[in-house]
Design a protein around this ligand. Structure first.
Ligand code: 4NP
Length: 163
């Protein structure tokens, strides 16, 4: 049996995009009965919201779709590369920061843009930061993240979890 897959979703604040992605992925993984095989956390590249619950607007959007959000803000640290097999970044800035934290090429290769797993996505693969915008932004984040999580799950079941 191959090792468990350990995922960390990362954005800037760890209160909007990455905890949404973690909650959506947990939901999709549970549907696929893979909860025992895929471990999921989220983190921020900043330490601005350490210990805080997710943004209420993200919580409301997720609740509207039947999904609960539980993560508390934490900052991604270089040593976290030891704990995770894949680090999924919400946008290009997050990718740059994460790659600069990587202590070598093996860790750099763990960093991917989350939406690169969405087979329908092309062009700009960022999940736009919704923090300073209206509620539409949070619905958009949820849609983009859900499509990417489905693609990521497909990738994991065809690859790392199938081996
Ligand atoms: P997130 O959104 O990176 O999706 O969690 C943000 C949350 C907070 C801030 C910026 C973006 N902030 O400036 O505090």
């Amino acid at each position: 049996m191959p090792d468990n897959v350990r995922l960390c979703f990362v954005c800037l604040g760890n209160i909007c995009r990455s905890p949404t992605a973690a909650a959506v992925m947990r939901h999709r993984v549970a549907e696929a009965e893979l909860t025992d095989r895929i471990e999921i956390e989220s983190a921020g590249t900043s330490g601005w919201h350490i210990g805080e619950p997710p943004d209420e607007r993200s919580v409301q959007e997720a609740r509207r779709r039947g999904i609960a959000m539980h993560d508390r803000g934490q900052r991604f640290d270089a040593s976290d590369f030891d704990r995770f097999s894949l680090v999924l970044a919400a946008d290009y800035d997050n990718v740059s920061v994460l790659r600069s934290l990587a202590r070598g090429p093996e860790e750099e290769l763990k960093v991917h843009l989350l939406r690169s797993f969405d087979p329908e996505a092309d062009g700009d693969l960022a999940v736009p930061d919704p923090y300073y915008g209206g509620t539409d932004g949070f619905a958009n984040v949820f849609d983009l993240v859900d499509a990417a999580c489905l693609g990521l799950l497909e990738h994991l079941t065809a690859g790392p979890l199938a081996e």
